[in-house]
Design a binder for this molecule. Structure first.
Ligand code: BG6
Length: 369
């Protein structure tokens, strides 16, 4: 039931605040992370010297974001791999490896087979999943459920923000269990997590209409590029994936620092480029570097659409459009910055008269390899 919305996707994007809130719900007690599903499983995180995150599609990009949080809070090195690539390269894993799989459906065959292979090689397996009782969680040693609610539209939106949220909860939990993280830092992160739903709601209430208008203006666009740095980089990749899935136009995401090593050759007058601008508080250097990337592409005629923190005045002279997101601590920016990109992709596909719930050639859950 679309509940009065024009599409399941429109409904699901509107549910992004609840997807985050419900994933946090019941997992914070007295300022501490408590994940009931992991009760009695602390041993799973002892002796782990490496984490490998496995997933496909949008879930893979959630994993790329999760890497920053796990490394920062749990101080364990993390590799993020496409599940179908992992399985066929004779991976080096063993009991000191924790394999974290991410899957909305819990049925993606590529991810399932990779998890089975990891388990066969002796790795510990934990699955992040949105579907109770699905196959991947059943094959795993531990489960952390996302509580995004059923997702019907083929392209994932609310499950994506819930996946990042679950990865953050996991990172904080593991950091605490292993003594790598102070209660104070964990407490500040929990407060940030709890503040996210209201901030996503702010974007939906204050920016959605303007973004939809922008997507209508751009409905004839043939190609869109997305740039980001640090946690903004996986969001650039997700923004590009969502746009190609829904609107069938060429879209590519790049690490902003990589621009001068190749992608800048693509910039010609009128080329639209979304730029994820990190908060100036993330470190002046990172912010300044992205601003200078914007200057480089602007000088070559790019049309810059910046996704930037509300109040970041430095970006204004350089961008053709600024999509605003509320202030958040640096690691939490991706959960906000992705929302305008979801709205944009949905808006552009709608403007082209396409079915956003059922894009051509795609299936919600791919149960073949
Ligand atoms: C794809 C879907 O086939 O599978 C994507 O179209 C999704 O939206 C990907 O991200 C992974 O699915 P899941 O269920 O494993 O998260």
């Amino acid at each position: 039931d679309k509940g009065g919305w024009s599409s399941f996707m429109a409904k699901e994007v509107s549910e992004e605040p609840e997807a985050v809130a419900n994933t946090v719900l019941g997992r914070v007690q007295d300022g501490q992370i408590v994940i009931p599903e992991l009760d009695g499983l602390d041993g799973l995180f002892q002796g782990v010297s490496r984490v490998i995150v496995l997933a496909c599609g949008t879930a893979y990009y959630a994993g790329l974001v999760g890497k920053y949080a796990i490394e920062q809070w749990a101080r364990i090195p993390v590799d993020v791999e496409l599940a179908h690539e992992f399985r066929y390269r004779d991976p080096i894993v063993g009991p000191e490896t924790l394999v974290v799989s991410i899957s909305q459906s819990g049925e993606t065959m590529d991810t399932l087979m990779a998890v089975k292979e990891a388990a066969r090689l002796g790795a510990k397996t934990l699955s992040i999943c949105n579907t109770q009782g699905a196959t991947i969680p059943r094959e795993s040693d531990a489960i952390v459920y996302t509580h995004a609610g059923p997702e019907v539209a083929v392209a994932s939106t609310k499950a994506f923000v819930a996946q990042i949220t679950a990865l953050y909860l996991l990172a904080l939990h593991v950091g605490r269990v292993r003594g790598a993280l102070s209660a104070e830092v964990a407490g500040a992160a929990i407060a940030e997590l709890e503040a996210l739903p209201e901030k996503i709601r702010w974007i939906l209430e204050n920016e959605q209409e303007r973004i939809e208008q922008l997507s209508r203006w751009m409905s004839d666009t043939r190609s869109v590029l997305f740039l980001g740095r640090h946690v903004g980089y996986p969001i650039a990749l997700e923004g590009a994936l969502k746009l190609k899935e829904l609107s069938y136009i060429h879209a590519e995401g790049f690490a902003a620092g990589e621009l001068k090593h190749g992608p800048i050759a693509l910039i010609e007058p009128g080329q639209p480029v979304f730029v994820m601008v990190p908060s100036p508080r993330q470190g002046a250097t990172l912010h300044a570097k992205v601003i200078s990337n914007i200057e480089e592409i602007r000088a070559r005629g790019a049309r810059v659409i910046a996704v930037a923190e509300e109040g970041d005045a430095a970006v204004l002279p350089f961008a053709d459009e600024v999509l605003r997101v509320p202030l958040a601590a640096p690691l939490f920016e991706p959960i906000l910055a992705v929302v305008p990109l979801h709205i944009f992709a949905m808006g552009l596909a709608t403007a082209k008269g396409l079915d956003v719930d059922q894009p051509r050639n795609l299936a919600k859950s791919v149960t073949v390899e």
